[in-house]
Design a protein around this ligand. Structure first.
Ligand code: URA
Length: 217
């Protein structure tokens, strides 16, 4: 069985808060309805947003409380971009935007060419001034790691200040592939499952995240 490489391990952040783990368990169940799967993903995404933004920069601003003037901390949410890898990444957006409503949103769509097996971009839309922004790439499943690595390679052309990757589930193989391609990218996940099956699905996993979010099974 593949293990997480020693070099990747320090870059993986397991979000093991009991609420996150509880909601993930409910989502994994095969009889969870589309409605509850989507709602749980939203709730989980909000909880994970706290962890992934933990080191976000704050600045001191002067404000007036009803009693006196004080220096208080404020974030600039507009500097943050959540980038959804289509289509399942969109399931994470609502939840993270509840926590950082001022954040901008980008979308990237890739498919695998069946002949060359290379990732081909079919959609790419980002906010302007990406050089000034921190990116959090969102996709529920970091499986083979190939599309995540390709998406981040493309995003780096925009020269953002930093890139993090947020997912629900991953496996050692996906972590190793993404880390080998992008050792500077920190990976945040709610679980590290056992392995991939022959079709690239995570085991035990939760099935096809896109189908479960959008009810397209
Ligand atoms: N994508 C999914 O939606 N599920 C998996 O298990 C792997 C990739």
């Amino acid at each position: 069985m593949i293990q997480i490489s020693d070099s990747a391990r320090p870059h993986v952040h397991l979000i093991d808060h009991p609420l996150v783990q509880h909601k993930l368990t409910l989502m994994r169940k095969k009889d969870a309805s589309t409605n509850s799967f989507r709602r749980l993903l939203g709730e989980l995404s909000s909880l994970m947003a706290y962890e992934v933004t933990r080191d976000m920069a704050t600045q001191d601003v002067e404000i007036e409380t009803p009693l006196e003037t004080m220096q208080a901390k404020q974030i600039d949410g507009k500097k943050l971009v959540f980038v959804s890898i289509l289509r399942a990444g969109n399931g994470i957006l609502d939840g993270v935007l509840q926590v950082v409503p001022g954040a901008r949103v980008g979308h990237i769509g890739l498919y695998r060419d069946p002949v060359t097996l290379q990732a081909v971009e079919y959609y790419f839309k980002m906010p302007k001034d990406m050089q000034e922004r921190d990116i959090i790439v969102v996709d529920p499943m970091l499986a083979t790691g190939n599309s995540a690595a390709a998406a981040i390679t493309r995003l780096k052309e925009c020269k953002p200040k930093s890139i993090k990757f947020l997912c629900l589930l991953t496996v050692p193989q996906g972590i190793n592939t993404l880390h080998a391609a992008h050792p500077d990218v920190e990976i945040f996940t709610a679980a590290i499952d056992r392995e991939l099956n022959d079709h690239g699905y995570i085991l035990p996993g939760l099935g096809d995240a896109g189908d479960r979010i959008f009810g397209t099974q």
